[in-house]
Design a protein around this ligand. Sequence first.
Ligand code: AHG
Ligand code: MN
Ligand code: MN
Length: 337
Amino acid sequence: MTKVTTLNQFIIERQSEFPEATGGFSRLLHHIGIAAKKVNREVNKAGLVDILGRTGVENVQGEEQQKLDLYANETFLDELRASGECCGVASEENEEVVLFEEGLAQGARYVVCMDPLDGSSNIDVNVSVGTIFAIYRRLSPVGERVGQGDFLQPGRALAAAGYVIYGSSTMLVYSSGNGVNGFTLDPSIGEFCLSHPDIRFPQRGRIYSINEGNYERFPIGVKKYIKYCQEKDARTERPYTSRYIGSLVADIHRNMLKGGIYIYPETESHPRGKLRLQYECNPMAFIVEQAGGRATDGERRILDLEPEDVHQRTPFYAGSEAMMEKVTDFLRFFDSI
Ligand code: AHG
Ligand code: MN
Ligand code: MN
């Protein structure tokens, strides 16, 4: 029988990669795995029970929340609190950061930034959604109150990051800075099992992912790059294929396995971009880079941006090295003329 490595086994085996390893990080990830299984259960029955639908309240970005957003938020918050290893969370669904100040959490060394349910507009049509998480070591001394500074660390300071994709199967993909590994949930045993060891982002690709409905409002360099993707050229295997799910997690996941580029540039309605730096772009950029791809805001490396607000937005370009190089050339060239 083939030997299966579960997520828990894997993180315990890899614990020694953390210089200060005490099992704390393993516990944190273990609880993230539990939350993912609970959210997965609800996502799977979303069409069956009355958890689906709008709550009628708006989140801090002024977007309408759906019930599953709230469920996922509460579930991840509960599990992170229960881990005893997390002293606070910045979430897309909470305007203010949530601090855990009681019990075990007082001695906790990690803070988490998360998008509990990404791509939520896809739920009612049975299309993949995700969860994104970013784990930082706190900067403030253990025992003292966690401050904004703990949540406003640049992506390059990440201790680990990952995502869960609730798709045709459910996967948890994470990196703690030594490559990227993917685990598929085996529903028969209720465990995430190592299915995609050492994921590598193909250096070239043929998929471009962008919401072309916004075409008229894109920067000129992006418009020209889209046209480049659509032109016929046998040598460079163009035209490329357009694929856009509208769940960042699912779009990046596909492109990382197959080779491609994801772009959410600044537009008229979102002059600073739409995606959020701390709990969407930084964790996804960390994964992308760890797999050998590249992620920028069109100019600067995402992981080097200095965050000022936990909910701040940024343009986002992420994908295969060669495609990122090409789009960057277009942006530079057309910006300068
Ligand atoms: P969320 O559901 O967490 O608000 O995120 C939605 C994000 C992201 O997942 C996706 O790539 C993007 O918004 C889609 O935006 P458009 O509908 O504007 O293309
Ligand atoms: Mn999102
Ligand atoms: Mn969300």
